[in-house]
Design a protein around this ligand. Sequence first.
Ligand SMILES: CC(C)(COP(=O)(O)OP(=O)(O)OC[C@H]1O[C@@H](n2cnc3c(N)ncnc32)[C@H](O)[C@@H]1OP(=O)(O)O)[C@@H](O)C(=O)NCCC(=O)NCCS
Length: 194
Amino acid sequence: MKSYLLLIHFKLHSSFSRWKYFIYPNLFSRAKYSCATNPIYQQKTEITGVGRITIGKNCGFGYRIGGFWRNGSIEFQARYKDAEIIIGDNVFTNNNIFICAANKISIGSHTRIGQGIMITDFEAHGTDPENRNKVGEIGTVDIGENVWIGNNVTILKNSKVGKNTIIGTGAIVNGVFPENVLIGGVPAKILKSL
Ligand SMILES: CC(C)(COP(=O)(O)OP(=O)(O)OC[C@H]1O[C@@H](n2cnc3c(N)ncnc32)[C@H](O)[C@@H]1OP(=O)(O)O)[C@@H](O)C(=O)NCCC(=O)NCCS
């Protein structure tokens, strides 16, 4: 009974508090999540969907001096039952991030994620005009270790980014990229080796 009341308190409190930052499931979320160690939160960070979210050690979400901090939020959404988001160790994000998986999105350890980022592994709508109301193609996203994702980057389904690669600000990533390169632009291309 006591733990049930505590759970209600936690859910209500975290849902309506703007000034305390910790990860919390949306009031109606049935998502399963686990954190190896408690991350540092500097922006409201929400778990939604019904899938699984796994977070490694020593991660940090949000950055008070990173811009657009006050009114935004971070959301990890494993939308369907078998969807998963896997975040490695020592992953740090800036503010206003939306990571949405219908299948699988993985982010390697030591990756730094800028502000205003969307990562998704599926098309919410069919590209065929007759099927616009159906979920479109579903793929995966695989971000390697020690990747630096600049501000305002979008990463689309079936993208793979190799270890140490930098994604320049404003890129739309839609493809497979090797380790140790700088990529950027719309759509992203290799700009140079690191
Ligand atoms: C990628 C970045 C770090 C610059 O790295 P750099 O090694 O100094 O790259 P360079 O300036 O040598 O650029 C190499 C080439 O890529 C191009 N380029 C660099 N960044 C680019 C971008 N975001 N989009 C498109 N092209 C870009 C340059 O114009 C240059 O092209 P050129 O060879 O035809 O002249 C910087 O452009 C960037 O995007 N920083 C992210 C900043 C940010 O978002 N910070 C938030 C903190 S998380």
